[in-house]
Design a binder for this molecule. Structure first.
Ligand code: ARG
Length: 459
């Protein structure tokens, strides 16, 4: 008979290379604490339901708590011979308390056990991720509050479009992150279900109480359907999808930081803490961290795609393919938390070059819309007004000047509607101030957005 926990049916041992490939202990060791907590709750439920005695429960629970301490002190060695975290823990427990350890697996399978551990792992980490996003939002609001009247060019197609408040730009990221928070909060709902009690897939003949176990572990409730309980990885896919969207947002911000800290833009300067130099070019100050976040975004997308591909067409219920579900989630969790923390500090410590931003908007044609709006407000159809503004821009390009440099006389060559007040409208701060539409870049509108965010910010 094979020595394995499942060895009764086997007479020979498995191929060693197959054991190594099939083992998941290197990955699921990260759920050791969740595995032990889940086992303690399961044992308590078995006792509560009259399936194991008080004495058996005490032996199991004290054995498991010793294992937890030893594991967290780094005193336990797990082996691929025992395949995964579940069998490694059970094997150490057997060494400690003898055959009574074997009662722990009553009315349970590794299928519901692994699903439980994975749910617990994510359930324990989602609150931190949400609160790190909120901290980042707080920093953006804080920075926006100090920059309501900081003027910069707004871009479309990466070309100067119209003058905007820098705070308006920052608050756009605040809004994106707000949707990220909401997505992760929704994800919590689907993670907050306990699969334990489903056993292999069909439930159990023992008089168990899955609601009791779920309650002990702080879950809202058990899964309604035992087949779904062991087959479902939606909560992990949702997590990776939410993480991908979050990373997409962060990568856009990071790309802009890379651009804006370049010699050409010089809108911002990162603090030394978040930049690196070059081993050959002494002048370099590289925004490595932003580049790395951009790069890691692709890796997180890869994890999402990988899990979707693993789940595609997978028959119900448990299949070993599912063992590949964890690594990408763990990697994503381990990256997102430090990324959010570092980005928050990076944004808080970067220098905003307000003069350069303003200069950039004073030496461009981002006020051309104001000129067209001016004429159309005086009754000229907007299409004609737009054409005249375009012709004036072309004239300026020929002469090497800007719209505000053209004399009233020159403007009259294009339209008699121009009066001296046009020069006021062409000023970038006036262009911004005059925008009063809801959610717009107008200073008062932006301040409203900031105030609302502060009110909402119960974080
Ligand atoms: N290591 C496995 C996993 O991560 C645990 C579940 C194994 N179940 C089974 N029936 N082989 O998916």
């Amino acid at each position: 008979m094979s020595e394995k926990l499942w060895g009764g049916r086997f007479s020979g041992d498995a191929n060693d290379l197959f054991l190594k490939l099939g083992a998941s202990i290197n990955v699921d060791i990260k759920m050791a604490n969740e595995d032990i907590d889940g086992s303690v709750a399961h044992a308590k439920m078995l006792n509560h339901s009259g399936i194991i005695t008080d004495d058996e429960l005490n032996q199991i629970v004290s054995g498991l708590s010793e294992i937890k301490t030893e594991f967290n002190n780094g005193d336990l060695e797990f082996s691929y011979q025992n395949e995964d975290i579940h069998m490694n823990v059970e094997s150490v427990l057997t060494e400690k308390i003898g055959p009574v350890a074997g009662k722990l697996h009553t009315a349970r399978s590794r299928n519901d056990q692994v699903a439980l551990d994975f749910h617990l792992y994510l359930k324990n980490r989602l609150p931190d991720i949400i609160s790190l996003i909120k901290k980042f939002q707080d920093e953006l609001v804080n920075l926006a509050d100090q920059n309501v009247e900081t003027i910069m060019p707004g871009y479309t197609h990466l070309q100067h479009a119209q003058p905007i408040s820098y705070a308006h730009y920052l608050m756009a990221y605040y809004e994106m992150l707000q949707r990220d928070v909401e997505r992760f909060e929704f994800n919590q709902k689907h993670t907050d279900l306990s699969p334990i009690g489903a056993a292999a897939l069909a439930g159990t003949t023992f008089p168990t109480d899955p609601h009791y176990t779920a309650g002990l572990l702080g879950f809202q409730k058990p899964y309604n359907n035992s087949i779904d309980a062991v087959s479902d990885r939606d909560f992990a896919i949702e997590f990776l999808s939410n993480a991908s969207i979050l990373m997409m947002h962060l990568s856009r911000l990071c790309e802009e930081i890379c651009l804006w800290s370049s010699y050409e833009f010089k809108y911002i300067e990162l603090s030394d803490e978040f930049s690196t130099g070059s081993s050959i070019m002494p002048q370099k100050k590289n925004p490595d961290m932003c580049e790395l976040i951009r790069g890691k975004t692709g890796v997180v997308y890869g994890h999402l795609t990988a899990l979707l591909a693993t789940m595609k067409s997978l028959p119900l219920a448990y299949n070993k393919d599912l063992q590949e579900d964890k690594d990408g989630v763990f990697d994503t969790v381990e990256n997102i938390a430090p990324i959010l923390t570092l980005l928050t500090e990076m944004v808080a410590t970067m220098k905003v070059n307000k003069d350069k931003m303003l200069e950039s908007v004073q030496t461009d044609f981002s006020n051309a819309t104001e000129l067209a709006d001016y004429l159309s407000a005086k009754g000229l159809p907007f299409r004609q007004a737009h054409r005249i503004a375009g012709e004036l821009v072309a004239e300026c390009i020929n002469q090497g000047c800007y719209l505000q440099d053209l004399s009233l006389e020159k403007l009259h060559n294009y339209s008699e509607l121009f009066e001296a007040d046009i020069y006021e409208d062409l000023k970038p701060d006036v262009a911004i101030q005059r925008r009063r539409s809801f959610g717009s870049t107008g200073f008062t509108e932006v301040q409203k957005q900031i105030n609302n965010a502060k009110l909402k910010g119960d974080h």
